[in-house]
Ligand binder design. Structure first.
Ligand SMILES: Cc1cc2nc3c(=O)[nH]c(=O)nc-3n(C[C@H](O)[C@H](O)[C@H](O)COP(=O)(O)O)c2cc1C
Length: 403
């Protein structure tokens, strides 16, 4: 099953393993792909996964999520993008570029101004990480959607095989979808129809700019898992609309920085390996023909095979295991291993350990090692990752507030 090919928008993917997006933070100061990024993707391409989704590429240099993001807003880095795409496609792998605008989920000091659907602040404990945001004007909303289209057009020209629109994890599209973070009174807020208008405007722009024969996926939260946030009911309605709009692959994830369920925060006690399988099952009950990727928690071949054979998922999304074991898919296919265990990273400092940032920092360091041509270091201590992240990103975001 895991090795069975799948066709998405006439494109053959050689097996069911999808490397899920991981922000590599390996872009140059000019936000271009670097040698390290290219080496990392060549390594993954040879590691056996059929589909590689890139880490989020930003559609505007004015809206970086974090330092080191690659930005594609014009063709100035086209040659390097071509090299990146071609390294990612070695060994018959396919590579789709994930494109994103972070909205207000940008680390302090990274951008001059954060923008969002509305001026709703994050929860108190996150305000030390993310700045206050200004609400977008209608014209700005349309301009950003068009930027998604332009990035997709360039991705195709550079040789990427498809696009993934990042609609999950609390970034701009997810902020629009959330009734907690989007309190606009115009056509972009209020009803779910209005809150999802931005997602569908982006999708139309991408289709128009890149062509309907270019595969497009959307990564969507099963829910935000926040009181008053984007609910499972909302999500199911949006997935139905995405299916109606002919999206080629929906990837299910969940959570935001406010409640990082995508890292499995509250999942430890569950018997099921993957975090969002029951939501995937409810999608499949209503939309059996919609190609669905499920990401979060997959660690064993048995868990993956079960999700595929029960038809809850068509693709198995994996992120953190492939940051440490980039050739895990090959090893699973050859039955050299049955799976991996991934411990939650902990420093012993509760305020740090309950957030997603430490996990991201630890895994980013592993990506950087692979990009340098070294092996990952599974035994790297979480405290070391914290120290390195503080040095890289500055102390401000990790400082504990007195009040
Ligand atoms: C270092 C790191 C960076 C990530 N960056 C992204 C990203 O750019 N876009 C995205 O959709 N998800 C991102 N994620 C989330 C993963 O795609 C995935 O949803 C999550 O890690 C759960 O899957 P896993 O249990 O297989 O790791 C990131 C995760 C990690 C660890």
């Amino acid at each position: 099953m895991l090795e069975t090919p799948i066709i998405l928008n006439k494109q053959k993917i050689k097996n069911r393993v999808m490397k899920a997006a991981m922000s590599e933070a390996l872009g140059s100061r000019e936000h271009a792909p670097t040698e390290k990024l290219i080496t990392l993707y060549r390594t993954w391409a040879h590691g056996g996964a059929g589909l590689l989704i890139t880490g989020n590429v930003m559609v505007s240099a004015k809206a970086l999520g974090e330092p080191g993001n690659v930005v594609v807003e014009d063709e100035r880095h086209l040659d390097l993008l071509k090299t990146w795409a071609s390294a990612s496609k070695e060994n018959g792998a396919r590579c789709w570029m994930q494109i994103n605008h972070p909205g207000k989920q940008v680390f302090k000091g990274v951008v001059n101004e954060a923008v969002a659907p509305s001026e709703v602040p994050f929860s108190k404990d996150l305000q030390r990480f993310f700045p206050k945001a200004r609400a977008l004007t209608e014209q700005e909303i349309i301009t950003i959607a068009e930027k998604f289209g332009e990035t997709a057009r360039i991705a195709r020209k550079a040789g990427f095989d498809g696009i993934q629109i990042h609609g999950a994890h609390g970034y701009l599209i997810s902020q629009f979808l959330s009734p907690k973070h989007n309190i606009r009174q115009d056509q972009w807020g209020g009803s779910l129809e209005n809150r999802s208008r931005f997602l569908f405007t982006v999708l139309n722009c991408v289709r128009e700019a890149a062509g309907t024969d270019f595969p497009v996926s959307v990564k969507l939260n099963a829910a935000d898992f926040l009181k008053g946030g984007f609910s499972m009911e909302d999500s199911l309605t949006v997935v139905k609309k995405l299916a109606g709009a002919g999206v080629d692959l929906v990837e299910v994830s969940g959570g935001t920085y406010e409640n990082p369920e995508m890292t499995g925060l509250s999942h430890q006690s569950s018997k099921r390996e993957a975090y969002f399988l029951s939501f995937a099952e409810s999608v499949k009950r209503e939309l059996p023909n919609l190609p669905l990727a499920v990401t979060g928690g997959f660690r064993t071949r048995a868990g993956m095979e079960e999700a595929l054979s029960s038809r809850a998922a068509d693709m198995i999304g994996m992120a953190r295991p492939l940051a440490v074991y980039p050739d895990l898919p090959l090893k699973l296919f050859k039955r050299n291993v049955d799976g991996v265990t991934m411990d939650r990273k902990k420093t012993g400092i509760p305020f740090i350990d309950q957030k997603a940032m430490l996990e991201l920092a630890w895994y980013s360091l592993q990506l950087e090692r692979i990009g340098k041509g070294k092996a990952a270091l599974p035994q790297m201590s979480a405290r070391k990752a914290l120290v390195k992240a503080v040095i890289k990103n500055g102390t401000e975001v990790f400082k504990k507030r007195r009040s």
